[in-house]
Design a binder for this molecule. Structure first.
Ligand code: ATP
Length: 283
């Protein structure tokens, strides 16, 4: 069985506060895009659960989120783990703010559910995904959605009007825990206009959405890294993007385009700087 695991982008990301349980209260508008990993699930003879990927540094055992998802699925069904091989062809950059691992986990849940004759509804499947990671429920449902709480409280939204998306992941690492810690230390000066963004989605106004995209992590990044993300965003805007934003805890930045030609030119220009640059559609 072959399944696609789509990357997600944050059209917005806001931190509302810190909760007593230590997690942050978030409000995010999420969008899936056509950049995807491909997972192939194959039954095999008597060796339990195996996971392998075309990237050697990814965990192969239960620490791989795809394997964790399979185990949670069988647990929810009250059954023993099966003899299953999961081969992951990674295209979504790792640790990039695009929920690649969560998306692989969600794809496994959808595939196993389909294979078992859909015993779980999409919402039940999302609930099982919550035990694998906070972004997994969104990845199970996909599309355009508002994610609140830790990211697991989902409200489907009118789809983002069809457009081209240029995604660029610069070549430096970011630490998500450090960004959250820094967000706790400083007063956030800029916040996304989430209500305005939702109204623009409701109105099918692509430009209105693009102009309101914002991610509070952009402002709490170390200045040197912030400058590199800002450079990419500027290049996207100068080449015709209606708006540009960073996704998740970064460092990936992306722009929304209403013209394919401009998007293609932006992709080619940014590709000179960053190997991990992609031209995508929304899903
Ligand atoms: P998010 O946007 O949800 O914060 P991310 O894009 O920043 O996620 P991922 O690419 O999902 O980060 O990977 C985060 C960590 O998860 C990495 O340390 C990686 O080793 C681990 N991981 C486990 N399974 C996978 C998988 N199937 N694909 C990618 N990473 C995985």
């Amino acid at each position: 069985m072959e399944v696609q695991a789509y990357a997600k982008l944050n059209l917005s990301l806001d931190i509302l506060g810190k909760r007593p349980d230590g997690y942050h209260e978030l409000r995010m508008v999420m969008q899936s895009i056509s950049l995807a990993d491909t997972l192939t699930l194959t039954e095999h003879g008597g060796e339990g659960l195996r996971v392998r990927a075309n990237l050697h540094f990814l965990p192969t055992g239960e620490r791989n989120l795809a394997a964790a998802a399979a185990l949670r699925f069988w647990e929810a069904r009250g059954q023993e783990p099966e003899d299953l091989d999961i081969a992951i062809e990674k295209r979504i950059p790792v640790c990039a703010g695009m929920a690649g691992g969560s998306s692989d986990a969600a794809a496994v849940l959808r595939a196993l559910n389909a294979r078992a004759g859909e015993p779980f509804s999409p919402l039940e499947l999302a609930k099982i995904g919550e035990r694998v990671g906070s972004d997994v429920p969104y990845c199970v449902l996909g599309g355009t959605a508002l994610a609140e709480g830790r990211g697991e409280i989902l409200t489907p939204l009118p789809p983002l009007p069809a457009c081209w998306v240029v995604v660029c992941k610069p070549d430096f690492p970011v630490s998500t825990p450090e960004l959250f810690a820094q967000a706790d230390r400083v007063k956030l000066r800029c916040r996304p206009d989430t209500r305005g963004l939702l109204a623009a989605l409701e109105a099918g106004d692509l430009g209105g959405v693009a102009r309101r995209m914002y991610n509070v992590f952009e402002d709490v990044m170390p200045p040197r890294l912030h400058a590199r993300v800002a450079e990419i965003k500027n290049e996207l805007i100068q080449r015709g993007a209606l708006g540009a934003c960073m996704s998740g805890s970064g460092p990936t930045a992306f722009g929304l385009f209403d013209r394919e030609g401009a998007a293609e030119e932006a992709r080619a220009a940014l590709r000179e700087r960053c190997r991990d640059t992609f031209l995508c559609r929304t899903v």
